[in-house]
Design a protein around this ligand. Structure first.
Ligand code: NAD
Length: 248
């Protein structure tokens, strides 16, 4: 059976690395993006160059109507979905909790938490044997912040990723008998553009000495773990939270 993987936030970073590795495994890939269509198309071209089918699908994962439309586009362009990677995520600039606006909190939970749950809902509606599907796998991209509590002024982000961990555990149990495995990866400090959006572009360099392995990780190193969790090699692995954090 052909594997069709939807990866949210896949125009760059960990999502783009996962798309390339999925293609190398022989899977077709739907590349979700919000604004940067050109970057998403480059990822699509890389998947196609590996001989697989690919399409770019635009959606803000926090917007229910856009999420529903995105899954319908994947159905019509690539066929029935077999795998989902809930990778889209945001971090905001460093701030103490007494400085956080309600708008910031709505956005943080809207994208990181509600976006992941909406996408998982659409995926389960397609993959579950209850709905005539033939099973599948979901990987949620959490963060080491969920268990570290992210003391460096990102408690909203840590709380959102803590919610992702709880969601992963609960959903895994809920759909295990319907042929769907659900796991999460918890990256540590990874060299991607997310740190610039958090206002500290050289954050990985600054904090690398806190990592037992004494370095930041790469997007590829996280993608390897995601692709393994999706793969048949992980056929008895569900409900696990896999740290990819150099020991942090
Ligand atoms: P990144 O900023 O390069 O990637 C995040 C992606 O999510 C981007 O493509 C962005 O466009 C997309 N995105 C943001 N809002 C979206 C929305 N509303 N709808 C759809 N897509 C949206 O950073 P990354 O490091 O590759 O992040 C990928 C995931 O890894 C995120 O969930 C992040 O929280 C998590 N993570 C990253 C690190 C790290 O150190 N880089 C550590 C732990 C967890």
């Amino acid at each position: 059976m052909e594997r069709v993987v939807l990866i949210t936030g896949a125009s760059r970073g960990i999502g783009a690395a996962t798309a390339r590795l999925a293609a190398a495994r022989g899977w077709s890939v739907a590349v979700n993006y919000t604004a940067n269509e050109e970057a998403a198309q480059q990822v699509v071209e890389a998947v196609k160059a590996a001989g697989r089918r690919a399409t770019a699908v635009q959606a803000d994962v926090a917007d229910e109507r856009q999420v529903v439309r995105m899954f319908e586009q994947v159905d019509s362009q690539l066929g029935r979905l077999t795998d989902l990677v809930n990778n889209a995520g945001v971090v905001d600039v460093a701030a103490r909790v007494d400085e956080m606006s309600g708008e910031r909190l709505q956005r943080m939970f809207g994208i990181n938490v509600i976006g992941s749950i909406l996408c998982a809902r659409e995926a389960v509606r397609r993959m579950s044997t209850r709905h005539g599907g033939s099973g599948g796998a979901i990987v949620n991209v959490s963060s080491a912040a969920s268990r570290l509590g992210s003391p460096a002024q990102y408690v909203d982000y840590a709380a959102a990723k803590g919610a992702i961990d709880a969601f992963t555990l609960g959903l895994a149990k809920e759909v295990a008998a319907e042929g769907i495995r659900v796991n999460a990866v918890r990256p540590g400090l990874i060299e991607t553009d997310i740190h610039a959006s958090g206002g500290i572009p050289d954050r990985v360099k600054q904090l690398a000495h806190h990592v037992p392995m004494q370095r930041g990780g790469t997007a590829d190193e996280v993608a390897q773990a995601i692709v393994w969790l999706l793969s048949p090699e992980a056929s008895y692995t569900t409900m696990s939270l896999l740290d990819v954090s150099g020991g942090r």
